[in-house]
Design a protein around this ligand. Structure first.
Ligand code: ADP
Ligand code: MG
Length: 698
């Protein structure tokens, strides 16, 4: 086996490859484009394209594709081969700068949430030179943004790049005020921890619900679940270890910094965390990670489930989005500094995040809202649907002291005047990392823990970058016009703490008391479900903020709002239809067959005329018959509510109807079917049980 450093990134057209394959001036010009967004001219693009093609062909590629992230949540690609006919009726491999820079996939089948009605239907993809091209499956993948002809974003990358630009602009203004003139750019770093389940392919094939919806819609609790706490960080089983080893290798070849792997809380649940990198690349890499997890799993006879709640009654899967801001000179702006001045700057950036999370808690909640994630948030396995920040005791008491101008016990000073007095040298928080908090400060980064495992991390980071850019803009506006920088800074920090401390909560987020306090006393938003929160995307303050930083246009926001609601509706309807079909074609026939056989057994026993006791069979037949009746009734009810879902003027009304009418009927049907499972002999049951699914991988 080769050493990892020898093959790490071997399929990536990265800086090192560019340097060796491109003429120096072209390399420099491309570097400028990558780092400063300078426009690229045709001549340079042609040379880059040709070098990319030669390199890709040498690595086995025959095709190229513009790889993009439409609003479906997954990635999209259309492959074209490099071949072009040559004069001598042979072929040559060709790839032009034009083909590199722009592509024109047919946009009409991607969700556009009404944008197509108002804008030109055609869409085009544009090369994103900040994320490296790579070779996979004999194809050169070129990361691209996807826009409509009139420039409206039809994807997740475009607004993400815009949000990064906004954050960069505002953060630089602040850094200049602190006299940091050498810093050229600021970017957010992200490390997403990805949770997933592995089950055997064989079992998967037998479960239509997992196939169609990614989760189990039926299944009685297995006698053993996660109660022994024996899976978390447990020994990794050989089959899983083999999967992880191959996954790592594939990811490393693509330059993905796969770092940590371990078993998670639920049986068959695992996690993979990469080393953090810039938001845009982290987002592309997370998409690749999810894709490769599924591909590699199938090579090992496994199926990787990325759904947020594949199994009821045990933990679902999330994705912790570790986020921080850093300068191009390598300084983490969320890392407490050594000098008073650095500490004042740190506190200002910290306050910017606190203010952002409080002001735009709704947008953060919205950014993680899906039908799947609704099953996790607030279900005592993931943070509640209420956004709050965990800061830890030490940092909280420092903020307290600043707000109240009181003595902080960690220093001798009586008052903390920022930038003037020596601030306490506070250590990274070493207290328990409070896993119940949706947004936790963990020393030098924030960990946003509300994301669902299948979510693209783009949306959460767009909102986070945007909201923090807005706080920084407000600060910069004020500070740039201030007569006395230090006093204004001090007052501003004090005011932020006073105005936004309601969002800080260091206690247990799972407790009922917190929900009460958060909503009743603190006035925080509690949007339990997707239909509750999505419409707030269009609240005036949100539209104003997001459009003012040019992250979304109003039309784009409306379209996204609609798509997210449509997606919710479609997801639940598919689940409902799957349940109807499974109940009618699999569960009822199985229970009927068992009931009939039991009845026959009873009759035969009786006919033997030996005074045999048939009371067990009779009782069970009676029970089963009544359960069959209940299942039949509940299927009919569910079918009816699904059938009645039409005539909505607004997708919001449909989403609420689905939540309030369809989901309860699905739940009712599940309860009786799970009851039937426990009464029915195993050999009659038409698909694998929870026990089979959760403990099948060795
Ligand atoms: P854990 O939280 O499991 O103890 P870490 O805190 O080391 O582990 O890392 C979790 C994730 O956070 C990793 O993906 C890691 O790369 C990422 N991470 C660490 N530091 C930062 C940072 N400054 N900014 C963004 N992500 C970070
Ligand atoms: Mg962590």
């Amino acid at each position: 086996m080769r050493n990892v450093p020898d093959y790490f990134g071997c399929l990536v057209f990265d800086d090192k490859v560019m340097k060796s394959k491109l003429p120096t001036d072209v390399y420099q010009s491309l570097k400028k484009t990558r780092e400063e967004g300078a426009p690229i001219d045709n001549g340079v693009a042609n040379i880059v394209a040709n070098a990319m093609k030669d390199w890709a062909v040498a690595n086995g590629a025959t095709h190229f594709t513009h790889w993009f992230q439409p609003l479906t949540g997954v990635t999209a690609e259309k492959h074209d081969s490099f071949i072009a006919s040559a004069d001598d009726s042979g072929i040559i491999m060709e790839f032009s700068g034009k083909e590199l820079i722009q592509g024109e996939p047919d946009a009409s089948s991607f969700p556009s949430g009404g944008l197509r009605a108002t804008f030109e239907a055609r869409g085009y993809t544009t090369w994103d030179p900040t994320s490296f091209a790579f070779v996979k499956d004999k194809t050169l993948y070129i990361p691209t943004a996807f826009c409509s002809y009139s420039g409206e974003a039809l994807d997740k990358k475009t607004p993400l790049l815009r949000s990064m630009a906004a954050l960069n602009k505002q953060a630089l203004r602040i850094l200049r005020l602190f006299g940091n003139n050498d810093v050229k750019s600021v970017h957010a770093n992200v490390g997403p921890e990805q949770e997933y389940f592995l089950i055997s392919q064989e079992m998967y094939e037998l479960r239509p619900d997992i196939k169609f919806t990614g989760r189990t819609l039926f299944g009685a609790k297995s006698p053993k679940g996660q109660e022994m706490d024996d899976h978390y960080f447990g020994v990794i089983k050989p089959k899983v270890a083999a999967f992880m080893a191959e996954l790592n290798e594939e990811l490393w070849k693509l330059g993905v910094l796969a770092k940590t792997e371990h078993n998670e809380v639920a049986p068959s649940q695992h996690e993979l965390a990469p080393i953090y990198t810039t938001t845009n690349i982290a987002t592309d890499h997370n998409q690749l990670t999810m894709e490769l997890m599924q591909k590699v799993a199938s090579k090992h006879g496994l199926v990787c489930l990325l759904h947020e709640k594949p199994f009821a009654g045990i933990n679902g899967s999330g994705k912790h989005n570790n986020w921080s801001m850093a300068t191009n000179t390598g300084i983490n702006l969320l890392s407490p500094g050594a000098t008073p001045y650095e500490n004042a700057q740190f506190l200002l950036f910290l306050c910017a995040v606190i203010k952002a999370v409080d002001d735009y808690q709704d947008l953060l909640r919205i950014s993680v809202a899906t039908a799947g994630n609704d099953h996790r948030l607030g279900a005592n396995e993931a943070p509640p649907a209420i956004v709050s920040i965990f800061l830890g005791d030490e940092l909280s008491s420092i903020l307290d002291a600043i707000e109240n101008e009181t003595v902080y016990s960690g220093v001798e000073k009586t008052q903390l005047k920022l930038g003037v007095d020596v601030l306490p040298k506070f250590n990274r928080d070493t207290t328990d990392r409070n896993r119940t908090s949706p947004f936790a400060f963990t020393g030098n980064k924030f960990e946003f823990r509300m994301l669902g495992s299948s979510n693209s991390i783009a949306c959460a980071n767009i909102m986070l970058n945007a909201a923090v850019a807005e706080s920084l803009k407000i600060y910069a506006d004020r500070l740039e016009g201030a007569n006395d920088f230090e006093t204004t800074l001090h007052e501003m920090i004090k005011k932020t703490i006073k105005d936004h401390k309601r969002i800080i909560f260091n206690g247990n987020g799972y407790e009922e008391m917190w929900i009460k306090e958060a909503t009743e006393k603190r006035g925080l938003c509690n949007y339990r479900t997707t239909p509750d929160c999505i419409p707030h995307m269009l609240d005036k303050k949100n539209v104003v903020m997001l459009t003012s930083h040019k992250i979304f246009t109003e039309a784009e926001l409306k379209s996204r709002c609609e798509i997210q609601l449509e997606n919710y509706c479609k997801t639940v309807v598919i689940e409902g239809n799957t349940m109807v079909s499974m109940a009618k074609t699999l569960i009822l026939p199985a229970v009927e067959a068992y009931t009939l056989d039991l009845a026959k057994t009873a009759k035969m026993k009786q006919s033997l005329d030996a005074g045999l006791d048939c009371s067990y069979e009779r009782k069970l037949v009676k029970n089963l018959s009544s359960v069959i009746g209940k299942i039949a009734d509940d299927v009919e009810d569910l079918e009816k509510v699904l059938f009645d879902l039409h005539g909505f003027e607004d997708v919001k009304d449909e989403a609420f109807a689905i939540r309030d009418k369809v989901l309860p009927k699905m739940e009712a049907l599940r309860v009786v079917c799970d009851e039937a499972e426990l009464l029915t002999a195993k050999k009659y049951w038409p698909f694998p049980t929870y026990g089979d699914l959760l403990f099948c991988v060795r």
